[in-house]
Design a protein around this ligand. Structure first.
Ligand SMILES: [Zn+2]
Length: 441
């Protein structure tokens, strides 16, 4: 039966059909003829020779057999097993190497500790918001970029990126899904979306939870830094709504146009509230949509008018002192944990105008009168500098200034004190000069 199954003529055709042979023997239920034959013999194809050991290659069924002699590319069973074993061994070695490379990578990052009392106010706010968005994974289990969606309505990845580039987040391969890091040749590559991050360790002995607690006790003083973060956040809130509106009407904008809009909005947010700019976004996108249905326009051209329309509309609002409407929060657009934090700490939300936001941040940071103080100091400092240079007393003035500051004087008092003494000396010099002049005469 086996002989008949494998018998071939000179042209490489099998002499008998499988279906015909199948009727010769009684096959058990569910067993094919090929399986029946395979159980009872090992067949080697004289037309296929193993390229490695030059033995005949084993074939399991008729379709694997060759019609004519051929330098086979298939290895024989034994060579294949040897090769597979070698490959498995190499793979194991590489895998072990990857584990140690990644452990080393984590170790070198964790060597740098962060002094959390020295980071900026904006970084404190962002970290606190991030902690709320991914809690408790910032401090222990690790989080991925996608986990940070709750941070802000849009550009949450850019916010996380600023923390990363400030060295406040640690990439922890041991917390990432298996397969996140892999060899590509001799380089380790990663699947960015699966990379897991953690809070960088604080100074020795301070654990991550204590770091987070210390952030909430921060006394904010950096007025400009915080206002800039508010602008970043507010731009994201407006852009989220604008993006949704554009999608709804099928407007497709290029990257350059988005950037242009972002700049316009950022400038406008110094004056207006997020909700007022939601209204502008709604109006402009709707106008562009009606333009698209105009016979001389097409969709692409109409979409391209959006950045210009926003700018011109805002210019008109300013020129004609138009009262901008307040739009209510779009459905399905939560403010994110960063928005909540601004509300909690500074009492600023989507309805707060840019002007009011500036004032509230200034008040909360104790910088409300900073500009006035600057202005008050301007004239005395200017006078002091002029006098000091005129009298060629620059060095002694600076040394005296440093001395007074160290002694606890504030800048205003120190300037006043030095200014007075400088004038006294000047007057003494004068009288000395005139008295000596008197003697001469
Ligand atoms: Zn072989």
């Amino acid at each position: 039966m086996i002989q008949r199954y494998w018998a071939m003529d000179e042209s490489g055709q099998f002499r008998e059909k499988v279906s015909a042979l199948g009727e010769v023997v009684q096959l058990p239920q569910g067993v094919t003829l090929a399986a029946f034959i395979r159980q009872r013999c090992n067949a080697f194809d004289e037309n296929q020779i193993c390229p490695q050991c030059e033995e005949l290659v084993e074939v399991r069924n008729r379709s694997q057999a060759c019609k004519s002699a051929l330098r086979s590319t298939t290895l024989c069973t034994r060579c294949r097993k040897e090769r597979d074993a070698l490959a498995l061994e190499a793979e194991k070695t590489k895998a072990a190497e990857l584990v140690s490379v990644l452990a080393e990578y984590r170790r070198t990052q964790a060597c740098h500790v962060v002094d959390y009392s020295a980071i900026t106010d904006a970084q404190v706010l962002l970290l606190s918001a991030l902690d709320k968005a991914v809690t408790p994974r910032l401090t222990n289990a690790g989080f991925t970029l996608a986990d940070c969606r709750g941070l802000a309505p849009r550009y949450f990845d850019e916010f996380v990126e600023t923390l990363k580039s400030a060295g406040l987040l640690l990439e922890d391969p041991s917390k990432a899904k298996p397969g996140t890091y892999y060899w590509n040749g001799d380089e380790v590559w990663q699947i960015s979306a699966q990379v897991a991050y953690l809070l960088m360790p604080g100074s020795a002995g301070v654990n991550a939870n204590e770091v987070i607690r210390s952030l909430s006790a921060r006394v904010y003083t950096d007025r400009d830094g915080i206002f800039n973060l508010w602008l970043d956040y507010a731009v994201a809130a407006v852009m989220c709504y604008l993006g949704d509106q554009c999608k709804w009407y099928g407007h497709e904008l290029g990257e350059q146009e988005w950037d242009e809009i972002k700049s316009t909005l950022r400038a406008a947010l110094h004056t207006y509230s997020v909700s007022q700019l939601w209204f502008v976004a709604w109006k402009v996108v709707k106008d562009a949509a009606s333009l698209a249905s105009h016979q001389y326009y097409n969709r692409v051209k109409a979409a391209a008018t959006i950045p210009g329309k926003i700018r011109r509309y805002l210019e008109r609002v300013k020129r004609e002192s138009i009262e901008l409407r307040y739009w209510s929060r779009p459905e399905q657009q939560p403010g994110g944990t960063l928005g909540m934090l601004f509300d909690e700490v500074f009492d600023i939300d989507e309805d707060t105008s840019g002007v009011a936001a500036t004032l509230r941040i200034a008040r909360a940071t104790g910088q409300e009168h900073a500009d006035e103080i600057d202005a008050q100091l301007c004239a005395p400092i200017r006078d002091l500098m002029i006098d000091a240079l005129a009298l060629d007393a620059g060095t002694s003035v600076m040394l005296r200034f440093a001395e007074l500051i160290r002694a606890g004087y504030d800048v205003g008092c120190a300037v006043e004190e030095i200014g007075d003494s400088l004038q006294r000396e000047h007057a003494d010099d004068h009288s000395a000069q005139s008295s000596s002049a008197g003697q001469q005469s």
